[in-house]
Design a protein around this ligand. Structure first.
Ligand SMILES: [Zn+2]
Length: 342
């Protein structure tokens, strides 16, 4: 098959589009012919070596995949060749203490499609059959590929972890990102009000169209001051943070008492300082979260079918142009998700 893979770490120029070993399905696995695969920031960490692929190089990125079922391994039932599918990207052992507690995203052997195994920047990809779900006919392959990581992670963070309620206020960092554009919509669906940040004025209208009430250009405005002004000095109930560093540190100052900061990524840096005085004196909660469950993915898909959530696709590239697609994301030009189409 053809794939866009890398043999050494670096920038977009390390992506090679060429022949690659065909995935071979084992018992309990499914082979999917990729139609659309979304890019994510974790792809960039895998590529540049900040998060080296656990299985080593060469490696194929791509954790958000829709396509059609090509074949199944021994013992797989309930799937038929040719059907439209979406892949739930998290792998769990099902046997460790945390899996048995029902917390599969913190499985001690947890892994991601496109990270711990080769992913969807390819014509074919394999996954455990239990991770392969029907993609509803109402959802295009392109829209579906924006759901399984970005939208699901934002859903789990706001609904399950932060327990967001109607009438609360939320600061969503980086409206232009896949997670940000999803989080704004999910917060609005929950009845909350949203302030968000962008890095360029040409993303302000985009953020408003998703439902953000106030949009701050963090390059020219102070998002803490703007948040305080927007909430009458009170601060917000919830911050969705996925940047790290200074953004993480300062996000804490945007919270009101008993506020919650959900951290779901570290796009700039894995490190962030914490002003502990604010955390204990205001009884703040700093909540780490990743992905969500298959049941939550089905809930999100239902909302997409009903038109209550809209996967935001910025731009599509042919698989052969994966290098240009990666550069587009590295340049932060995207408003929503960037996809590769096979
Ligand atoms: Zn486990």
């Amino acid at each position: 098959m053809k794939a866009a893979f890398f043999k050494e770490h670096g920038g977009a120029d390390k992506i090679i589009y060429a022949d690659y070993r065909d995935p071979v399905v084992g018992p309990g696995e499914a082979l999917v012919r990729v139609k659309a695969c979304a890019l994510n920031h974790v792809d960039m960490l895998l590529l540049d070596g900040r998060f080296p692929p656990p299985e080593g190089l060469p490696h194929v990125n791509g954790c958000e995949v829709t396509g059609t079922l090509e074949a199944t391994g021994a013992g797989v039932t309930g799937l038929r060749a040719g059907q439209r599918v979406i892949i739930f990207p998290g792998f769990a052992c099902g046997r460790c203490e945390y899996c048995l507690r029902g917390e599969r995203t913190v499985c001690v052997r947890y892994g991601y499609l496109g990270a711990h195994r080769d992913g969807g920047y390819a014509e074919l990809v394999k996954a455990p059959a239990a991770n392969v779900l029907p993609l509803p006919d109402e959802i295009a392959f392109e829209a579906g590929a924006a759901v399984p990581l970005a939208m699901l992670t934002a859903w789990h963070a706001l609904v399950a972890q932060a327990e967001l309620r109607a009438g609360q206020t939320v600061l969503v960092q980086a409206a232009g990102s896949g997670v940000g554009s999803a989080a704004i919509q999910i917060a609005r669906l929950s009845g909350a009000r949203v302030i968000t940040t962008v890095g360029a004025d040409d993303k302000i209208e985009f953020a408003r169209s998703l439902g953000a009430e106030r949009v701050v250009n963090y390059r020219t405005q102070d998002f803490v001051e703007e948040t305080k002004a927007w909430t009458g000095k009170r601060g917000v109930d919830v911050v969705v943070e996925h940047i790290g560093g200074d953004t993480f540190e300062r996000s804490v100052y945007a919270l009101t008492r008993l506020g919650k900061l959900v951290t779901i990524g570290s796009h700039d840096t894995h490190w962030g300082r914490l002003d502990l005085r604010h955390v204990y004196s205001k009884n703040l909660r700093i909540i780490g979260t990743n992905l969500g469950s298959i049941v939550e993915l089905q809930t999100v898909l239902d909302h997409v079918v009903q038109g209550r959530l809209r996967p935001i696709v910025d731009r599509t590239f042919a698989l052969a142009d994966a290098r240009a697609a990666v550069q587009h994301v590295l340049d932060r030009k995207n408003k929503g998700k960037v996809l590769l189409l096979s």
